[in-house]
Design a protein around this ligand. Sequence first.
Ligand SMILES: *Cc1c(COP(=O)(O)O)cnc(C)c1O
Length: 303
Amino acid sequence: MTSPDASNLAALRPRLPSPLQEVTDDRFARRGVRLLLKRDDLIHPELVGNKWRKLAPNLIAAAGRTVVTFGGAYSNHLRATAAAGRLLGNPTIGIVRGQELADRPLNPSLARCVADGMRLHFVDRTTYRRKSEPETQAGLLRAAGAEGAYVVPEGGSNALAVRGCRELGEELRGQADVVALACGTGGTLAGLAAGLGPGQRALGIPVLKGGFLAADVERLQEQAFGERRGDWALDDRFHFGGYGRTTAELDAFAKDFEERHEVAVERLYVAKLLYGLVVMVEEGAFGKGDAVIAVVTGAPFGR
Ligand SMILES: *Cc1c(COP(=O)(O)O)cnc(C)c1O
């Protein structure tokens, strides 16, 4: 087994910087606003989008050890960790929320994790909720056979991941007035905002309900950089009821966007971002002549 380092990563030929593509969309054009897509979904066919930026530095740090992480039944992060482990030669263990899943056939997302070599360990929801408490975590790792493994938190957001995402901001310096992205744990936003140049602002669209994210992003920036960094804000109006929730309207919007621009729209995050931006441009939230970048943080699974 090889231990991953920067040269192993380079051998995977990530497409970095990822392409920046201007699209013509009349909803933006009639307001005098330019829309560009930052195609992080094209970084790597198997380790897609912001998951590359977050996991690559962690796998280097793990240096060949087993990597253990946490996620729900449809977690993009679990799939990405399994893929990263296979590509880079790290064994992986996934601690999955929901004891009841252990007795059912694996859904396609978890089946992919297993196909990529991840060993799954299912836990009840109460224990899962307490997984970050040191004693609970130690017990979980023991039960999962993951003692001594390199721990990546749920959603993959730690200081290394946030610093990895700073490169996303650096790639976009001078390219736009506003850079917008969908947020889960907020790690990508925390890094992006730190990497942008003067006069640029980052806009996060949370896909989870709850209003806790600003404090999390601030804490992640403290951990990664020792202070709050960059100009960033959140708009909490576009979660559609929470993680994994959707409506017929959102789905129709995403299909229409795919047809207009020939880009596959990931539904858990990217669809909500693009929907939010169309609402905001119609509200006049951006100035005439502004350039807005939407970060395509991932691709749809199974298409
Ligand atoms: C994981 C993920 C996100 C969320 O990233 P955070 O750093 O947790 O905010 C956004 N978009 C896609 C497509 C993802 O898979």
